[in-house]
Ligand binder design. Structure first.
Ligand SMILES: NC(=O)c1ccc[n+]([C@@H]2O[C@H](COP(=O)([O-])OP(=O)(O)OC[C@H]3O[C@@H](n4cnc5c(N)ncnc54)[C@H](O)[C@@H]3O)[C@@H](O)[C@H]2O)c1
Length: 446
């Protein structure tokens, strides 16, 4: 418990909030370190049909997971993986309770619950309603879990088991890489996903460009992409040049001074790629700004600059890349959205517009990227992350926002970076046009 928290619970506002959420005791989250096993103990594997698909079992055992089909007596579980794809009617949901009730009791610190469901298909209303029930179960369960444990839901399309798609998703969601992803559903398709030669370096041989990479989340993203084997180009404004050079040197990458909102940005980017690379595999649209004002007081400059940097730049750069020979097949584009784009936030109509716009961009352009040699484009919506951007918030607001997540703490830039890196990997080819929240299931922005 930090001193700030102690101060907070002793203030009138803080004590009321603490009482309401039940005296938060934030846990130290298990985060990924290269070479560490995926899980620190056994994973209970169960199925609502009573029969566990061989491909699912294989996906876990080949990832080094110690799979058990019975609860270890008195022992603790590192994860519960429940295949609920057989559900057809509400009565079938009882099978989930039978597994999850004892399963979560045995779940250790930073444990994982992963439920696999079938996406609704309109063939049978009873089946579709029952499938959707999983969403309510997982979101509610995530709010009940403590000690840094999380619950997430994977909507698995037909065929995703047999490609690298489901195995790759399981590795991400079970590992410390997904420490701050909680209470989230994600659709796992059977699109062109391939297993990397080395799961510890899934981006080996790839070239990646990250915008706004001189500090904060962008710097963390560039660091994780480099750790995973990519050659990185870090881009930022000329005035961030010194910090940018430091990042580039540390990561053995190259620096590009680029104002993404400038009219010549797309061409400058293409010229740089043409001169220094054999093409681009990964593009991360991370550069972003806030110019917060209530709508009643919003000035044209505050409005226009946020739209230009956070949204228009991404549209223009994507269009230029898709038209060029610089974007390779099976490329990955990840765009930074925000939970503000999903929920809105007071004083952020301009920012909220752009972060919702990014979600529209991703959904609308997914087919064009798929047609470009099975490429993908997705968005990450971070919640409250500890950066210079959020350090500017008033202390009380910041402390309350931290504790209102199911994990009772803010996320770190590395948490966003891990999710971005997974969506950038060859195994994530079955995820396209989607939004993944990295927010610890925060009530702010829910
Ligand atoms: N920090 C959070 O809690 C949070 C939450 C949700 C979303 N996000 C998003 O994540 C991204 C990174 O956020 P952060 O907190 O690291 O921000 P930050 O302000 O710490 O860093 C942003 C970086 O982008 C660069 N940049 C700004 N305008 C640029 C331009 N026109 N061209 C090139 N680079 C430019 C800045 O120089 C800076 O290095 C942003 O898109 C932000 O909206 C952040």
């Amino acid at each position: 418990m930090s001193d700030r928290y102690l101060t907070l619970v002793n203030s009138p506002v803080g004590s009321a909030v603490a009482q309401r959420v039940g005296l938060p005791r934030p846990a130290k989250l298990r985060r990924y370190a290269v070479g560490e096993p995926l899980l620190t103990g056994p994973a209970l594997l169960a199925s609502t049909s009573g029969k566990i698909p061989a491909a699912l079992r294989r996906a876990l055992t080949t990832a080094g997971v110690d799979v058990t089909e019975t609860l270890p007596e008195g022992g603790s579980l590192a994860a519960v993986v429940l295949d609920a794809r057989s559900l057809a009617k509400p009565g079938d949901l009882a099978a989930l309770r039978e597994v999850l009730s004892p399963g979560v009791k045995a779940l250790g610190a930073s444990g994982r619950v992963i439920v696999l469901g079938r996406p609704a298909d309109g063939a049978d209303v009873g089946a579709d309603a029952t499938r959707q029930a999983l969403d309510g179960i997982v979101r509610s369960l995530a709010k009940e879990l403590r000690r840094g444990a999380t619950a997430n839901l994977l909507w698995v399309e037909e065929g995703a088991d047999s490609s690298a798609s489901l195995p790759s998703a399981l590795r991400f969601f079970l590992s410390g890489k997904a420490a701050y992803v909680d209470g989230q559903p994600l659709r796992i398709g059977s699109g062109a996903a391939s297993a990397p030669k080395d799961w510890d370096h899934p981006l080996a041989g790839k070239t990646a460009l990250v915008t706004g990479a001189a500090r904060g989340i962008g710097e963390a993203i560039a660091g994780v992409l480099a750790r995973d084997g990519a050659q990185v180009i870090v881009a930022d404004l000329t005035q961030a040049g010194e910090a940018l050079a430091r990042v580039a040197n540390r990561l053995r990458g190259t620096a590009l001074h680029l104002d993404v909102a400038s009219p010549e940005a797309p061409q400058r980017l293409l010229d740089h790629l043409g001169a220094h690379t054999d093409g681009l595999d990964i593009l991360i649209h991370n550069a972003g700004i806030t110019r917060d004002k209530l709508m009643a007081n919003m000035k044209p400059q505050q409005w226009d600059s946020v739209i230009a940097v956070n949204l228009e730049s991404q549209l223009r750069i994507n269009a230029a890349l898709l038209d060029s020979a610089q974007l390779r097949a099976q490329s990955r584009v990840v765009c930074l959205s925000s939970t503000t784009g999903l929920s809105g936030n007071r004083g952020q109509t301009n920012y909220g517009a752009t972060k919702a716009g990014v979600i529209g961009l991703v959904r609308s352009s997914a087919p064009a990227f798929a047609a470009h040699g099975d490429s993908t484009i997705n968005a990450i919506a971070p919640g409250f992350i500890e950066t210079e951007m959020t350090a500017k918030m008033p202390l009380a607001t910041r402390e309350v926002a931290r504790r209102l997540s199911s994990l009772q703490q803010a996320g770190l830039p590395i948490d966003v970076a891990e999710a971005v890196a997974w969506l950038s990997s060859p195994g994530a080819g079955g995820v396209n046009g989607q939004v993944l929240r990295v927010c610890g299931q925060n009530l702010v922005g829910a």
